[in-house]
Write a protein that binds this ligand. Structure first.
Ligand code: PGA
Length: 258
């Protein structure tokens, strides 16, 4: 982390877990445990139907609610899809885009790029995910792959908008597997992502961009991961479903930085 130049963001990705009723119960418990200090931004991204309950519960707190996906289109005949302006109107501040589980369902880099643009147009903060598979890591092409994903995802986005984007590095082999990347492995790729952004948009923007790590991050390994200079927060799946664990990860972001 580097709090001088960029925000620390601790974000939850609930995936397809919890009903609206369970959301309300989580939020009540979470609010009681939430640390008072403001050392980081906190985002909770929830299933679309849980957004109203989450927004209602977190009103007048500093926690931002987010969606887990949005359409690249503004409106129209796209049954089952949700437009970025609908998320905003429902009270969202964030949206996860290009999660590997969605990419596995067929989402392309071009679609990720279009969705990031749709989110920005509606003043939503996109949390754009990138990450390599185990086969790609073992083949030694992690950096090339990540470079390609970052370049494609951010293509054609004006400089002044890049500052609003949060990037999450999530190695696919670490997601939901309990097999966390070592702090060194995670730092190496996050630093590389910053280099790619520097080449695309310049040093100032690269320095100001928050880059998160995700993949089996939990209350036990968060402190060490967040101590890395280029890891500015986390995108947390499993451990974000339990209020005490998620709170402990937020607390781990309260550590000295450069
Ligand atoms: P995990 O999920 O923390 O359960 O590994 C992270 C994610 O997919 O965002």
């Amino acid at each position: 982390m580097n709090r001088k130049y960029r925000k620390t963001v601790i974000a939850a990705n609930w995936k397809m877990n919890k009903t609206p009723t369970e959301t309300k119960a989580f939020m009540t418990e979470f609010k009681g445990l939430m640390p008072k200090g403001r050392w980081c931004d906190v985002a909770i991204c929830v299933p679309a139907v849980c957004i109203p309950a989450a927004v209602r519960a977190m009103r007048e707190t500093r926690v931002g609610i987010g969606g887990e996906n949005c359409s690249a289109h503004a409106s129209g005949a796209f049954t089952g899809e949700i437009a970025a302006n609908m998320l905003v109107d429902a009270g969202c501040k964030y949206v996860i885009i290009g999660h590997s589980e969605r990419r596995a369902m067929g989402e392309t880099d071009a679609e990720v790029n279009a969705k990031v643009k749709a989110a920005l147009l509606n003043e939503l903060i996109p949390i754009m995910c990138v990450g390599e598979s185990l086969a790609q890591r073992e083949a030694g092409i992690t950096e090339e792959w990540i470079t390609m994903q970052v370049k494609a995802g951010l293509a054609g986005i004006p400089e002044e908008k890049i500052r609003k984007i949060v990037i999450a590095y999530e190695p696919i082999w670490a997601i939901g597997t309990g097999k966390v990347a070592t702090p060194e492995q995670a730092e190496e790729v996050c630093e590389h992502i910053r280099t790619v952004i520097r080449k695309m948009f310049g040093a100032k923007i690269a320095r100001a961009t928050s880059i998160l790590y995700g993949g089996s991050m939990n209350e036990k390994n968060a402190y060490e991961l967040l101590a890395q200079p280029d890891i500015d927060g986390g995108l947390i799946g499993g451990a974000s479903l339990v209020p005490e664990k998620f709170v402990q990860i937020i607390e781990a972001a309260n550590q000295p930085t450069n």
